[in-house]
Ligand binder design. Structure first.
Ligand code: AVI
Length: 387
């Protein structure tokens, strides 16, 4: 049994057999019950493929034992929380110039809910546009992606978008992977409830550090689903490395269905990241609330302001938190001085043309297969195959 570790934080990829000593334990997970087999009307080949899939090994310190209670309906692999790295990354980020904090730390419980709310704001077109594309083209997507595939969704969040695909695609298994354990557990349970024929294996881990699945499916095609234009939150060099990791995990015969936000009029972009209800501002400022709570810091949240704008030269939206006055902040025993106007850079959201994105994907080892976009050319959905 092979496992995959793909670490693109350091821009390296590893794959292959995992030596015995690196595995904390070898566990054969639940078998498929007779009732579920009948429910799914699965063919013998499909059942056999699923049975193989259950032979899993835990081979990563960060993935501990499967939660027993959840195992009745779906498998859950919680990561060991990385609080040390949170503190370290915040201290490092505030110590450098320009100051920055990685956007992955937006997504505590409140941040995940605020992001869901952003997606419903009238100015934030990506979610509704991509959802319309998924609904409209689910049938076509199912013709290019292998049915009975193992559908892996890095950064799965609420698992909302995948719902538009599942009936058409009929994957053998769904593997949501997310950094927010609590949110993931709830979302995965919802999918398991609503799609009783589907095998769900939720993995809580930080995909911006490493993509480490405790298993890979054997003799089954893996299809990655990476919607929402989250690829835009990586700098292009890291995006290329991340895509290359996905290609490595997916392997020959696999594919990637990915949503990519398109370059467009700056006014539309600026509005999308400065919604009138102030939800994006609350989402951005929540990062400081989280740091105060989890790292015993003392940011005065009222003394920082949300600032987002389209940087056309770089082809990206930039989000910042701007200090509104001179102030001193303590984090983890260290002191940071801010002048009025000083920024903490919290996120980039790169926008691509279809050609630019396909060129990036090619460099990462994918061959463009199909692309769908809306009539206003706001958003694109690409199906790529491992070249
Ligand atoms: C998750 N990601 C694709 C969002 C984006 O549009 O870059 C995050 C976001 N930040 C502010 N609004 C939405």
């Amino acid at each position: 049994m092979a496992a995959v570790l793909c670490q693109f934080g350091k821009i390296t990829c590893l794959t292959g057999e995992v030596p015995e000593q690196t595995c904390s334990s070898a566990v054969a997970c639940r078998d498929v019950g007779e009732g579920r087999e009948q429910e799914a009307e699965a063919s013998p080949a499909r059942i056999a493929a699923r049975r193989r899939y259950y032979q899993m090994i835990f081979c990563n310190d960060r993935v501990s034992a499967m939660t027993k209670a959840a195992a009745e309906d779906y498998a859950f692999y919680p990561a060991v929380p990385g609080e040390e790295s949170f503190l370290q990354e915040v201290i490092e980020g505030l110590s450098r110039q320009p100051r920055s904090i990685p956007p992955k730390y937006f997504y505590d419980r409140r941040g995940s809910h605020l992001f869901e709310s952003i997606c419903e704001q009238p100015e934030y077109y990506p979610t509704r546009t991509e959802t319309a594309l998924l609904k409209q083209y689910a049938g076509e997507i199912a013709t290019v992606a292998a049915s009975d595939c193992h559908l892996i969704e890095p950064g799965s969040g609420s698992c909302g978008k995948v719902r538009h695909l599942l009936d058409a695609l009929q994957p053998a298994a769904y593997v949501p992977v997310d950094i927010s354990c609590e949110f993931l557990e709830k979302s995965a349970a919802g999918i398991a409830d609503d799609y009783p024929w589907l095998d769900v294996h939720a993995v809580c881990t930080d995909i911006t550090d490493e993509v480490s699945l405790p298993f890979i499916p054997e003799q089954a095609d893996a299809v990655m689903f990476y919607p929402g234009s989250s690829i835009g939150n990586f700098d292009p060099e890291d995006a290329r490395a991340f895509l290359a990791c996905l290609a490595t995990i997916t392997g020959a015969g696999g594919g990637l269905l990915i949503g990519v936000d398109l370059k467009k009029d700056a006014d539309i972009l600026d509005a999308a990241y400065n919604d009138a209800n102030g939800v994006t501002a609350a989402f951005n400022l929540n990062l400081l609330r989280r740091i105060n709570r989890e790292l015993a810091a003392d940011f005065d949240i009222g003394a920082f302001a949300h600032h987002a704008f389209y940087n056309s030269a770089s082809g990206r939206i930039e989000m910042h938190l701007i200090s509104e006055r001179r102030q001193t902040v303590n984090v983890g025993g260290q002191t940071f001085e801010f002048c009025a106007g000083d920024s903490i850079h919290t996120e980039n959201s790169y926008k691509y043309t279809i050609d630019e994105f396909q060129a990036l994907a090619r460099q990462a080892g994918f061959a463009p297969c199909r692309v769908w976009s809306d009539n206003d050319d706001l958003f694109s959905l690409h199906y790529l195959q491992v070249a």
